[in-house]
Design a protein around this ligand. Structure first.
Ligand SMILES: [Zn+2]
Length: 219
């Protein structure tokens, strides 16, 4: 019985399949060489297709990632390690545009890592006492019902303006925030009402006679 051209074609395809199944290494090597020889063309074709079929491509990669979680994670780690700056920049942008999500994630992390969180806070308190002091000042201002607008950057600017000196004695030491008009006289916690004062002068103000600010630039 004469075979039709279709039958001959199917027979050739079946023989080819059998041959490929029997020689996987040769097939792999041939594919690799083919790919290497046309890498640029194939990559640019893939990029074009990807740009034109974003949704489809994303769905495919989601499916693949779900089916190969370990490999997907490893690939992601590798890519991240090779593109540190890009990753950091993207994360910065995302945080800036999603403050609510950032807050929620922080809360979740604190809830799930209570011990580590307490340890982190403790180390932070020791390394940056000024953050704690600033928080305490804001709480005091809120309790006194006065305006509270002073930022960390503004406080740094105030200290720099006074060349790091206490406005009362002119000493260059660790500065505390002194309120020209105190909270109980409704003085605000703001740039115009906060002066750098050494601990000694700041405490003295509470008990002794009123101190007169000196002009540190004249010392
Ligand atoms: Zn002083």
């Amino acid at each position: 019985m004469a075979r039709s051209p279709e039958d001959r074609k199917a027979a050739r395809a079946a023989a080819s399949r059998r041959w490929r199944a029997a020689h996987p290494e040769v097939v792999r090597e041939t594919n690799r060489l083919q790919y290497a020889a046309h890498r640029e063309v194939r990559l640019s074709a893939a990029r074009l297709w990807y740009a034109a079929n974003l949704e489809k491509a994303r769905a495919t990669s989601r499916r693949w990632n779900a089916a190969h979680q370990d490999r997907a994670r490893a690939a992601k780690r590798q890519w991240n390690a090779a593109h540190r700056e890009t990753v950091r920049e993207a994360a910065r942008r995302w945080r800036a545009t999603n403050p609510e999500a950032v807050r929620a994630a922080k809360h979740r992390w604190y809830a799930a890592n209570k011990e580590a969180a307490r340890d982190y806070q403790r180390r932070r308190r020791i390394a940056h006492p000024e953050i704690q002091i600033a928080q305490a000042q804001r709480r005091r201002a809120a309790k006194a019902g006065v305006l509270s607008t002073l930022t960390a950057a503004e406080w740094e600017a105030i200290k720099a303006h006074h060349k790091g000196r206490c406005v009362y004695c002119g000493k260059r030491t660790k500065m505390t925030q002194d309120h020209l008009v105190p909270f109980d006289k409704k003085g605000p916690h703001s740039m115009g009402n906060v002066l750098p004062s050494c601990q000694s002068c700041n405490s003295h103000k509470l008990t002794g006679p009123p101190l007169k600010p000196v002009q540190p630039l004249l010392l």
